[in-house]
Ligand binder design. Structure first.
Ligand code: PLP
Length: 373
């Protein structure tokens, strides 16, 4: 089977894991979690971070630390992984679903127009007219690991007094984060097995705000701050383990190489597909870090590719299905979601892992070109 994603391990990953076993540090105790946090911060240009057991946990605690409370509303795209909305619901708040634009960004100008008619300010808080719920935060999502318009989104959130938590779960090219951040910008990453670098399962909350990071750290650590059985809060058992961190450290060391290998694959795909008319590349030549995406001009085309991929044992599934179309989320507030509904059955995520062989790339290319003709 040619999978969409498989982790990329080296002999060194095994050695570091063995070291963990030898020292008996396999739980959340152990020196490597702190080291992983430090190395992550150095590489991705953050001041502070908290390593946790999943990207979902990072989102959950991030929102909580930012003060998302019972009955609040949170702006997010419907075209995202369930965890983005679940994190809002875990905090007893309500997702407010918005469409994305053709570049899979939240369209700020359109959102502003909607806010003007549907909300008002009360004591500096943005409030929904419909139910008096405070619109507390916004979660921009990095779709396919793409670079976000961080500064524009920051300006927007400031104007409307919204907390901002960037869901950059799959955005693992450190150069994307090499910009000046203020301490109101907070970020969540995933290290799940299908991401560019992995800790098996795992995630990290990263920010330049010591205060917010301290809150997330306490919450992730069962509410403990200092001594073993003194609790400050009703916390969660969300910390990353030493074993996961050991993987994370060697993956971080190999990240440059992983990105280089992926770049070659993505450039090859782009070269082969850039002139197709009915299938478009969603490709940023400057930032390629997770998966290579094609957009078919019809669902029929997606189905035809899937059929031939299945025969050739190449994995292809629908990527995200907009959340507002699904049972657990269909009753939450939403705006017009025309683009999300139009696009989701046309998104083709090609096998994109760094170990993908040239012969497999050829097989994939041949099928796409055949369908196109
Ligand atoms: C956009 C987005 N947010 C959050 C997550 C959750 O991360 P995890 O699977 O590590 O909980 C994912 C995982 O794929 C994701 O794609």
């Amino acid at each position: 089977m040619i999978n969409t994603y498989i982790p990329y391990f080296k002999k060194k990953d095994q050695n570091i894991l063995n070291q963990c076993l030898k020292t008996n540090f396999v739980s959340t105790a152990g020196p490597l979690v702190k080291k992983f946090q430090e190395n992550f911060c150095k590489k991705y240009n953050f001041k502070y971070s908290v390593a946790v057991n999943s990207g979902t946990s990072a989102l959950h605690l991030g929102l909580k630390a930012l003060g998302v409370n019972k009955g609040d509303s949170v702006i997010l795209p419907s075209y995202t992984f369930a965890a983005t909305a679940n994190a809002v619901i875990y905090n007893n708040a309500y997702p407010w679903f918005f469409d994305c634009d053709e570049n899979f960004n939240l369209p700020i100008d359109k959102i502003e127009k909607i806010l003007k008619t549907k909300t008002y300010f009360r004591k500096k808080n943005l409030v929904l007219k419909k139910n008096n719920s405070i619109v507390r935060a916004i979660i921009p999502v990095s779709t396919f690991g793409k670079k976000l318009e961080f500064d524009n989104l920051m300006r927007f959130s400031k104007k409307y007094n919204l907390k901002i938590l960037f869901d950059t779960a799959a955005c693992h090219d450190p150069k994307i984060f090499n910009f000046k951040k203020n301490n109101k910008m907070h970020f969540c990453f995933s290290f799940n097995g299908n991401k560019t670098i992995t800790t098996g399962a795992g995630g990290i909350f990263a920010s330049n705000s010591k205060q917010i990071v301290n809150i997330v750290n306490t919450l992730a650590n069962v509410g403990k701050k200092k001594s073993k059985y003194d609790y400050e809060d009703v916390g969660f058992n969300y910390k990353m383990t030493n074993v996961q961190a050991s993987f994370g450290l060697s993956q971080l060391n190999n990240l440059k190489n992983i990105l280089l290998l992926k770049k070659k694959i993505f450039q090859n795909y782009h070269e082969k597909f850039k002139n197709l008319k009915s299938i478009k590349c969603f490709f940023d030549p400057k930032n390629q870090n997770w998966v290579f995406v094609l957009i078919a001009n019809s669902n029929q085309k997606f189905k035809s590719i899937k059929k031939l991929f299945q025969k050739a044992k190449i994995q292809l599934d629908f990527f995200w299905k907009p959340l507002h179309l699904q049972n657990p989320y269909k009753n939450f507030m939403r705006e017009k979601l025309g683009f999300s509904e139009f696009i989701w059955q046309k998104v083709i995520v090609l096998p994109s892992h760094p170990g993908l062989k040239k012969t497999d790339q050829k097989k994939i290319t041949k099928i796409i070109k055949k369908i196109h003709d």
